[in-house]
Design a protein around this ligand. Structure first.
Ligand code: B30
Ligand code: ZN
Length: 263
């Protein structure tokens, strides 16, 4: 699919692909130095409604991704508020992770890297599809949720654990699988929406690293067991190598303000 980049150097060798600028992602997030945000929180519309269809997951050679279906009453979940103008529709979701010996979140919160990071990619209602939106300055809002591994001997199955364990069925690039069982988007991320978050202006964390993303990073983590996360460490990338540590190294903040909203 024309992909000519990988994660062997965590993006340090993407200079020719990510020519651009001074507003790159991910970054270090620090609750002490961030500007305290007193304006509106984010509102999550239809995040609590059951989604209509099971998830259809895909190994795209650099992550596991899925399209977000409409809800059982035919609505597309969306977010408003924070520093966003208008609606941003939830379009897709994907993961970044580490390996059996390393953590793999993209953003760091108070110097801490988490085990994995979920991205829910939202598109400005002004644009017809993601391909259009990625090129517009106000095109995307990505909600990031940190994932922490917890030790549990008799863990209950959750929508997230069922989704994560299903990746054994998409071992190589371009494979697809259906994950049966329904949930809401909020259930999928473990009910951590509408809590404390950081927000700042940044970029896609993969080439071409377009600076078109309003980032919304929750501080509350969602938890999964080692047994669920470890399924990701067996996946293969575009080159047939292990798809591990698919996170980009942190970028300079430069002239940007990071806002922090405490509920
Ligand atoms: S992220 O949330 O900053 N990691 C895209 C969206 C969000 C992020 C990164 C990339 C995106 O939409 N990229 C362009 C489309 N992709 C399609 C895809 O399936 O994901 C094409 C591509 O890169 O070449 Cu991979
Ligand atoms: Zn991502």
């Amino acid at each position: 699919n024309g992909m000519e980049w990988n994660y062997l150097k965590n993006g340090k060798d993407w200079e020719d692909l990510c020519s651009s600028g001074k507003h790159q992602s991910p970054i270090l997030l620090d609750s002490r130095t961030a500007r305290k945000w007193v304006l509106p929180g984010i509102t999550f519309w239809h995040y609590y409604r059951l989604l209509k269809r099971p998830f259809y997951i895909r190994n795209n050679g650099h992550s596991i991704s899925l399209d977000i279906p409409v809800t059982s009453n035919g609505r597309k979940p969306f977010i408003t508020g924070g520093r966003l103008k208008g609606r941003y529709y939830a379009d897709g979701l994907h993961f970044h992770w580490g390996s059996y010996k390393s953590r793999g979140s993209e953003h760091l919160i108070n110097k801490r890297r988490f085990d994995a990071e979920i991205h829910i990619v939202h598109r400005n209602e002004k644009y017809r599809n993601i391909a259009q939106a990625v090129r517009q300055k106000d095109g995307l809002a990505v909600v990031a949720i940190m994932v922490a591994i917890v030790r549990k001997d008799n863990a209950k199955s959750t929508p997230l654990s069922r989704l994560m364990e299903a990746v054994v069925r998409v071992p190589i690039e371009d494979s697809n699988a259906t994950v049966f069982g329904q949930s809401s988007l909020d259930q999928l991320i473990g009910g951590v929406s509408h809590r404390d978050f950081f927000t700042y202006e940044g970029s896609l964390t993969t080439p071409l690293c377009d600076e078109t993303v309003t980032w919304i990073v929750f501080t509350e983590t969602t938890t999964v067991t080692m047994s669920s996360v470890s399924k990701f460490w067996l996946l293969r990338d575009h080159w047939g190598h292990r798809l591990i540590n698919n996170y980009r190294i942190v970028q300079d903040l430069n002239n940007r303000t990071v806002f922090y909203k405490k509920r």
